[in-house]
Design a protein around this ligand. Structure first.
Ligand code: SF4
Length: 358
């Protein structure tokens, strides 16, 4: 058997998970292939122009009907990836295909005339329910605005009917529709945000840290609502979060991002049972445990996440990884398919799995 640099045997190759999903019931609703989003920054009188690689050649397939979690530290590129999938940020390279059975869009090449059609099918739930809602508009007008902007309803009666229907699904009543946002608690405001996002009947919803600003007791209420709406409205979510305990509770698939790259993806149960990437392992071990025997065993992540304007060579995680060897510093690992839907980008995953990271 040939070995890669550093004497590490390559993993046996199986067809990519994305290819297997195409032939099975896990048909992707949206799929990114080598997607990159880079931003030029600086370039002033005294500063050199630099390229911020927020998302760097990410390939990701989100199955139709899934609750797909995207996790990683601040600065890992999660939000930019989510916005790219909504076509809300310029794309530098790669492709994104959206297909819901009725329409198929190549999102990178999408002309402006079709972009508004895509907006009806792909929506965002914001993180901060306090900042997301205009204080000068009634709840009815806030929820109705997307219908009017996108020309979805022809008459005021039709708009009102649709607003009332989605408001009821989000557990808001008629009295609520006449009030202004300041009259509501954080949880109620987030339900208004959700109603606004869903009023155009989207298929794909990006929820970006949508419960992060809420009290823990309210978080459960909003997560349960998102789950119920997923079943009722046949939604597919990309759920962006830094909170792995929330992701474990609600998501069926998880992808882990580090410095603009995907380092591991798997069904949630599999990822939490047997993480293979040292970064994922460190993130999971940092989840607070109620078990006294588990306390204090967290594997600390040393140092800060490096700057995406000057990422490390080879494996982007090598500056913080306790298992880094020469090959890690020189060669970037690709996502490797482990024979299931579990994929990992680490030169040493097999070796480390054998020793269970001793
Ligand atoms: Fe660590 Fe090397 Fe694996 Fe990167 S490739 S996660 S540096 S062991």
């Amino acid at each position: 058997m040939s070995t890669s640099p550093g004497g590490v045997a390559p993993a046996p190759r199986t067809p990519p998970a994305s290819a297997r999903r195409e032939s099975g019931h896990d048909t992707p609703l949206i799929r990114a292939d080598k997607l990159s989003v880079h931003f030029p920054i600086g370039g002033g009188l005294f500063t050199r122009k630099q390229m911020l690689r927020a998302v760097d050649e990410v390939s990701l397939s989100i199955p139709k009907g899934s609750f797909f979690g995207l996790v990683g530290e601040s600065g890992s590129g999660k939000t930019t990836l989510g916005r790219a999938m909504l076509r809300a940020t310029p794309i530098t390279g790669g492709s994104i295909a959206y297909s819901d059975g009725e329409v198929h869009y190549d999102l990178v090449e999408l002309p402006k005339s079709q972009l508004i059609e895509y907006r009806k099918r792909a929506q965002l739930i914001f993180q901060d329910p306090y900042a997301a809602l205009s204080p000068r508009m009634t709840v009815r007008d806030i929820i109705a605005e997307p219908l009017e902007v996108m020309g979805i309803t022809a008459t005021r009666e039709a708009t009102d009917e649709r607003v009332r229907t989605i408001a009821a699904k989000c557990r808001l009543n008629l009295e609520h529709l006449r009030r202004f946002p300041h009259a509501f608690s954080g949880g109620q405001r987030q339900r208004i945000s959700i109603a606004r996002a869903l009023v155009s009947s989207p298929r794909f919803v990006v929820a970006d840290e949508s419960v992060a600003a809420l009290d823990v007791s309210i978080q459960a209420d909003i997560l349960n609502l998102l789950k119920a709406l997923q079943n009722e409205l046949q939604l597919t979510y990309l759920f962006i979060s830094h909170d792995l305990s929330v992701v474990a509770h609600i998501c069926d698939h998880v992808a882990v991002m580090y410095l603009g790259r995907l380092v591991e993806t798997a069904p949630t149960r599999e990822l939490f049972r047997a993480p293979r990437h040292p970064y994922t392992k460190a993130l999971l071990s940092a989840i607070p445990s109620l078990d006294p025997d588990q306390r204090g065993t967290a594997q600390k992540l040393e140092g800060e996440i490096p700057s995406p304007t000057n990422p490390p060579s080879g494996c982007k995680f090598h500056t913080r990884c306790p298992y880094a060897i020469d090959v890690c510093r020189n060669t970037e690992p690709e996502l490797d398919h482990m024979g299931t839907e579990h994929e990992v980008a680490c030169h040493r995953w097999q070796e480390l799995a054998l020793h269970d990271y001793d």
